[in-house]
Design a protein around this ligand. Structure first.
Ligand code: SAM
Length: 258
């Protein structure tokens, strides 16, 4: 059960959204707060160092806009890279003027001052987002300044090799030193969207963090368990944030300068 050959084009974005994001869950809120506080420092520093607004990337967006919203204050452009045709159609429509379900998510973000600088997040997202159909495995290298990839590396295949390749391709698509956030379902046994079962690879938080050692620096990971589990078949939600390492011409990596 690898990534290829799954029924991604039949992924139902409305059902997925209704189950996961129609209401802001306490675990998602904690994740959102963690990303917000991290980007308030590190995205701000990246924009200052670059002396220009950033280009953001969210991979495997599905019907979740909160990773993109978390990058909004610093980005003039945010690419949503999604493999599934049904999710791409849903996203193209949703970003034109996103639904009110995202307002509580934005409210959490505005507890940090930088987000208050975005006058009209609905319009800003519509103007700055580009939805692109494509695979994480075919991303160009060193293209984006900041990135998010939520519940993707662990949730697109049963194979560890796909997990490692997805993480590596995502991080390689970012510039050296770029801040990023990734979220995972810990020890997931797969998930259903409607009638269709999608695969997952069962991983512990420590394994996820260790797997990033060669490609990321300043890595911080937290585990969240909500008052109610989202579904059966996982242990917690894990948020990892960090910065990509510098890649040397010989393929080795070092921590990028702050
Ligand atoms: C569990 S969902 C996560 C959706 C969303 N990011 C979230 O936070 O809820 C996994 C997503 O990965 C997408 N996906 C599957 N294979 C992919 C690939 N090779 N490249 C990019 N995205 C992929 C699926 O279509 C789906 O939207």
């Amino acid at each position: 059960m690898g990534n290829a050959g799954q029924r991604w084009d039949e992924f139902d974005p409305d059902l997925y959204h209704a189950h996961n994001y129609a209401v802001l869950r306490d675990d998602d809120q904690e994740i959102l707060e963690g990303v917000r506080d991290f980007f308030a420092t590190f995205a701000a520093a990246a924009a200052t160092a670059a002396d220009r607004p950033l280009n953001g990337l969210d991979v495997g967006t599905g019907s979740n806009l909160y990773p993109a919203l978390s990058m909004l204050p610093w980005c003039e452009r945010i690419t949503l890279r999604e493999h599934s045709a049904s999710n791409v159609t849903w996203l193209e429509n949703e970003v034109r003027s996103y639904g009110t379900a995202w307002d509580p998510f934005w409210k959490v973000l505005t507890q940090e001052r930088a987000y208050l600088g975005v006058d009209d997040p609905r319009r800003a997202l519509a103007e700055r987002v580009v939805v692109e159909q494509g695979s994480v495995f075919e991303l160009p290298r060193s293209r984006w300044d900041i990135g998010t990839m939520f519940f993707v590396a662990c949730s697109i295949s049963e194979q560890r090799e796909d997990f490692h390749r997805a993480s590596r391709c995502f991080l390689d698509a970012l510039m050296p030193g770029a801040p990023f956030a990734m979220a995972y379902m810990e020890n997931s046994r797969g998930y259903e969207v409607g009638e269709i079962r999608f695969p997952a690879v069962s991983l512990k938080m420590d394994y996820i963090v260790e797997s990033l050692e060669a490609t990321a620096t300043d890595v911080k990971a937290d585990r969240f368990v909500g008052a109610e589990m989202l579904r059966e078949g996982y242990e917690s939600m894990v948020l990892v944030r960090g910065r990509t390492r510098r890649r040397e011409p010989d393929g080795s990596t070092t921590a990028a300068d702050a």
